[in-house]
Design a protein around this ligand. Structure first.
Ligand code: GYE
Length: 331
């Protein structure tokens, strides 16, 4: 849906220095300096999805720390997983006349009206982490984040290789991310596209686990009851996979051996489980978007042309690679 070209940003850029301190965080509705205030500080209104996962917590920290070190006045608002809260926060940012609005959309659809309001108010909008499905790309300046379809494909490619030369059916259960979110839609479709090439792969159950450990565990419990023969679990993020591991162990099975597990994100807890062979493969999705985002905010405020799409560079991990990467892992 979104144009897919442009700049692949070197991983090194993601590692630019981050300064500790959290004075930059503020509530969307709490008034404060407007963008047109006396000083030259850029004001950024940022609406976050919530705090559903380890990825999200690391992303919030990255945004807050990078705003502080870039000297940007951050008005941070937590949508608690609800699109209506995000729409409210964006409207508040418009009323406050912030310089730039960035947000990580809870779901893909339903943004046309509020983004048109931002456009009419001449406030540039940056999509962070997640895409929207509106065909009008003039509603935002750029979209910075991962290619989730590609992530799903990488998960599928690992599986195809793992079962190469075998002909027995492979029964897969899938824990999807929150319904309607770009990473849930795209990780599902990318994976499906790759595995459909071989009919031995069968997704026997697929349900949302809301990107959380609690739901990942609960849904895996139901899968274990309803599916007598599960070979593989594909979870759209580490947290759901970690919850599922608890359910698998409680059912007397060995995660990573009796049931092979693939997840996405590569946060520390996921990488630890991978290094212990409880997970078999993780597709990385970097949450450290803060430094690049602040750079784009400054450019958007300065009226500079910026690429329509900035894709985060990322890799994949096997247990061996996880052991190597863990000591220097930032999140
Ligand atoms: O993978 C998941 C989180 O949008 C990429 O959201 C993000 C996803 C991430 O809750 O853990």
């Amino acid at each position: 849906m979104l144009r897919r070209l442009s700049l692949a940003v070197a991983g090194g850029l993601l590692l630019t220095s981050a300064v500790a301190g959290c004075g930059a965080s503020d509530e969307a509705g709490s008034g404060g300096n407007s963008g047109g205030g006396g000083d030259d500080k850029i004001t950024l209104g940022f609406s976050q999805v919530g705090a559903e996962s380890g990825w999200r917590t690391a992303n919030t920290k990255s945004v807050q720390e990078s705003a502080a070190s870039a000297g940007i006045d951050l008005k941070f608002s937590d949508a608690q997983g609800k699109q209506e809260n995000q729409i409210k926060a964006i409207r508040n940012f418009i009323t406050q006349r912030v310089d730039v609005i960035a947000f990580s959309p809870v779901v893909e659809s339903g943004w046309g009206t509020v983004l048109k309001e931002a456009k009419d108010a001449n406030i540039p909008v940056i999509l962070t982490d997640r895409a929207i499905d509106d065909p009008d790309t003039t509603l935002y300046k750029t979209f910075i984040g991962s290619d989730f379809v590609e992530e799903g494909k990488k998960a599928g490619q690992w599986l195809v290789k793992e079962y190469e030369g075998k002909s027995d059916p492979v029964n897969i259960v899938e824990l999807q991310g929150s319904p309607g979110a770009a990473p849930a839609n795209d990780r599902k479709s990318g994976f499906a596209e790759v595995i459909k090439a071989d009919p031995k792969f069968k997704v026997v159950a697929s349900q949302t686990g809301q990107f959380t450990r609690t739901d990942g565990k609960a849904v895996m419990e139901t899968f274990l009851k309803s599916q007598p023969d599960i070979d593989v679990l594909y979870a759209h993020n580490d947290d759901m996979g970690l919850g599922a591991i608890e359910a698998i162990e409680a059912a007397g099975k060995k995660p990573g051996t009796d049931i092979k597990i693939i997840t996405v994100d590569a946060v520390k807890d996921g990488m630890t489980a991978l290094s212990e062979n409880k997970i078999n493969f993780i597709v990385e999705c970097s949450p450290l978007l803060g430094p690049q985002l602040m750079d784009l905010v400054k450019k958007a405020k300065g009226g500079e042309t910026i690429p329509q799409r900035v894709i985060t560079k990322e890799t994949t991990f096997t247990p061996e690679q996880a052991k190597e990467a863990l000591p220097s892992r930032q999140y």
